[in-house]
Design a protein around this ligand. Structure first.
Ligand SMILES: Nc1ncnc2c1ncn2[C@@H]1O[C@H](COP(=O)(O)OP(=O)(O)O)[C@@H](O)[C@H]1O
Ligand SMILES: [Mg+2]
Length: 290
């Protein structure tokens, strides 16, 4: 069999061999995809809910609380807020580490993750939980003596085992007689808050002074959000009709990730159909394809 095959034929001028599917970026006068599933801070749209979460977490650090928590349904912007916080706190006053929890993360895994983010090499023979805690504790005290506060941002906390949650409580308890020496900011789906309400987590839960729940966008916010992201990507004129924006809210439930998905599928379809605007039908068709 000839695996190489004949040379590809040269397309006839004027006839596009494949429709430039999804090339909505150039077609709609954009510089980039406005609805990419990324957490690029330039695309951050300030809602009361997101601003409140950001402010509360900065207050938790500024007031030297040991714990703060942001919960919310999946896709509402928790990771994006955590990225904004990561950028916000600066050295030398703060040292921020970010830990992304994966399913099955063990106690030692969590501690090793934090130590490695702090560039701390593990001396040979150090493997037990209490040794790792001691190493971290000594380092936090040293940082404190040098005027630096450790901020640990933990994302996807709903995946933490109860053992790991107890390790977080232990870390949050590292203190001098005057103050707690680090702040852990916990980000997780709403079920994390339900879980921590159980009496077995009372000693952890009691230490969380600042907590907030991110809410889905309202219909008006969805419209502003879409316009803002389009503008950030370079499109100044309206692209979605008003009824399309209402349909976007209806199908996404105001969840940012779903808004992005439906909006992007609508743009791809509109580009294929050579439609200059996104109307309600395009949005409904896109939502059904999700
Ligand atoms: N306030 C916001 N402004 C701009 N984009 C947002 C906002 N909130 C969420 N998004 C976007 O929605 C998507 C999901 O956000 P993400 O932070 O990953 O949600 P979560 O961590 O809650 O699951 C990402 O593409 C993110 O950029
Ligand atoms: Mg996330």
């Amino acid at each position: 069999m000839d695996l190489i095959g004949p040379a590809p034929s040269v397309p006839t001028p004027g006839i596009v061999p494949f429709a430039p599917a999804g090339n909505f970026v150039t077609q709609f006068g954009l510089k980039e995809n406005p609805f990419a599933d990324s957490v690029h801070p330039a695309f951050f749209f300030r809602t009361d809910s997101h601003a409140n979460a950001f402010r509360n977490m900065t207050l938790a650090v500024d007031f030297r609380s040991s714990l703060g928590m942001v919960t919310g349904p999946s896709g509402t912007g928790k990771t994006l807020v955590s990225q904004l916080l990561l950028q916000h706190f600066e050295e030398p006053k703060h040292r921020v580490v970010l830990v992304l929890v994966t399913p099955g993360l063990s106690k030692t895994g969590l501690l090793r993750e934090i130590l490695s983010e702090l560039n701390l090499a593990l001396p040979a023979g150090i493997a037990r939980v209490q040794d790792l805690v001691k190493l971290l504790s000594n380092h936090i005290i040293e940082m404190h003596q040098q005027g630096q506060r450790l901020v640990i941002i933990v994302d996807e906390c709903h995946l933490l085992s109860s053992d790991c949650l107890h390790i977080i409580r232990t870390i949050s308890n590292i203190e001098t007689p005057q103050e707690k020496l680090s702040t852990c900011l916990l980000f997780g789906e709403s079920r994390l808050a339900d879980r921590l309400a159980h009496s077995s987590y009372a000693s952890l839960s009691n230490r969380i002074y600042m907590r907030c729940e991110l809410s889905p966008l309202t219909p008006a916010e969805v419209a502003q959000y879409v316009r803002f992201r389009l503008m950030t990507a370079g499109r100044l004129e309206e692209l979605f009709t008003e009824s399309a924006l209402n349909a976007l809210h209806e199908y996404s439930g105001g969840i940012c990730r779903s808004v992005n998905k439906i909006a992007m599928l609508s743009l791809i379809e509109a580009a294929d159909r050579r439609s200059p605007l996104i109307d309600e039908t395009l949005v409904r068709d896109a939502a059904k394809r999700m």
